[in-house]
Design a protein around this ligand. Structure first.
Ligand SMILES: Cc1cc2nc3c(=O)[nH]c(=O)nc-3n(C[C@H](O)[C@H](O)[C@H](O)COP(=O)(O)OP(=O)(O)OC[C@H]3O[C@@H](n4cnc5c(N)ncnc54)[C@H](O)[C@@H]3O)c2cc1C
Length: 378
């Protein structure tokens, strides 16, 4: 009943699926705190437009040797506060007669031929379909899979004087020290004095908490030049960036959210993929009454591209700042967004890749292709 569970229930409710079906929603958490903030890009109005708290149409990119202010059109970069999303979804779902919300720890899920089965609090619940967003236990990548962590600490800061332009975000600033690995900061200003500043890394291991604080302090005082500021709120998060295969659907159990492989391996962005997956599930349920069909083979090339980037980063073949700098320097941002959304054509992908160093990417591409073929054969 987190991001994916609530999103799916809202999509089902809007499509009228719950008129003749019942839905039991289970979460150990009541979802009453602002435990995260989602940022994502989107064209036009999205399914959760009413809870978008801020949007930006321009964004800066910075790295050694290049800085650029980017027009994001036809996209806007948007932000939704976790608590606004939870409140909105729950207020829409709470009074629907066919929905029951249960706050309890799930111990296990399984299926027999006839039912999906959920065990919680010593009780057994059965249903025709079960949508699962819980990752039970640790993630176990196979040999040859890459596993980086996107980990970040963000502070909402308020300054005593005007500094920010609330129309312009900083999408990626790679100027901070890169000694821990790929490290960047993004800055999302809400008004002239208030902004979310997030210190982010793509590495194999987490840092000590003080290292994130040091990174934030260095950026705010050094790069932004603010000696005085107040920290209004903070968030910390870890998102897996991995080529390992998450179980998709197993008959009566359909995995959704990060547990269902909806986190983009090369970027960590998940929110948009979750909502698109929910829309696909709902349209398949409306049309055929069954869970979604697997993606066509040609759509799987994006998993290959993700693997290539992770291969290069995990093996330190090229530094992350350099790859992103070349991408942002030589390509319009809308094309990069579309690519990261798995929405480009072969021709557009060829153009993008032509702006990156050929040989390292070709070698990594070959290695990842072999790995994917071996995995399919197992
Ligand atoms: C701090 C943070 C910031 C993020 N920011 C962005 C962003 O800006 N953009 C973006 O695209 N992605 C972002 N992500 C990644 C991703 O969008 C989120 O993690 C998103 O919440 C994933 O949705 P989900 O439904 O898979 O998992 P969750 O939202 O975590 O939902 C899983 C639910 O399962 C419940 N649960 C877990 N175990 C049990 C159990 N045993 N029994 C009962 N309930 C259980 C949890 O309480 C939770 O409600 C962020 C992640 C974090 C952690």
């Amino acid at each position: 009943m987190g991001c994916a569970g609530l999103g799916l229930a809202v999509h089902m409710q809007r499509a009228g699926l719950l008129r003749d079906k019942t839905l039991l929603m289970v979460d150990k958490d009541p979802k009453r705190v602002n435990d995260r903030t989602w940022c994502f890009w989107e064209t036009g109005e999205g399914p959760f437009e009413s809870v978008v708290s801020h949007r930006w149409e321009q964004a800066w990119f910075h790295a050694a040797g290049y800085s650029g202010r980017k027009e994001l059109a036809p996209y806007a970069y948007k932000m939704i506060r976790g608590i606004d999303y939870y409140d909105y979804c729950l207020s829409l779902l709470r009074d629907v007669p066919n929905i029951t919300i249960l706050q309890v720890q799930v111990d296990a899920i399984r299926q027999d031929g006839q039912h999906a089965i959920l065990e919680a609090d010593g009780k057994i619940y059965q249903s025709g379909l079960l949508f699962n967003s819980i990752i039970f236990g640790e993630l176990h990548p196979l040999p040859g899979d890459h596993m980086l962590l996107q980990h970040f600490k963000g502070w909402i800061i308020r300054l005593p004087e005007d500094l920010f332009d609330p129309k312009e975000a900083t999408l990626m600033d790679f100027r901070p020290d890169q000694r821990h690995g790929t490290t960047f900061v993004y800055v999302m200003p809400f008004d002239r004095r208030t902004a979310l500043v997030e210190y982010t890394l793509f590495t194999e291991t987490l840092l000590e908490q003080e290292a994130y604080d040091d990174g934030l302090k260095a950026y705010i005082s050094g790069t932004l030049g603010c000696a005085e500021y107040e920290v209004l709120d903070e968030e910390f998060g870890v998102i897996p960036m991995t080529t390992m295969q998450f179980p998709g659907d197993h008959g009566r159990i359909v995995n959704i959210g990060t547990a269902g492989g909806q986190t983009k391996a090369s970027s960590g962005y998940t929110f948009t993929f979750i909502q698109r997956h929910a829309a696909r599930i709902v349209s398949d349920l409306v049309v055929s009454g069954s869970a979604p069909r697997p993606q066509p083979w040609y759509a799987q090339r994006f998993a290959w591209y993700d693997g290539v980037l992770l291969h290069i980063l995990a093996k330190n073949i090229l530094p992350g700042w350099f790859i992103f700098r070349e991408l942002f320097r030589h390509n319009p941002t809308h094309l990069i967004f579309r690519f990261l959304d798995n929405g480009t054509s072969f021709f557009q992908e060829f153009k993008l890749m032509n702006t990156l160093p050929r040989w390292p990417f070709m070698r990594a591409g070959f290695a990842e292709l072999l790995h994917m073929i071996r995995r399919q054969k197992k």
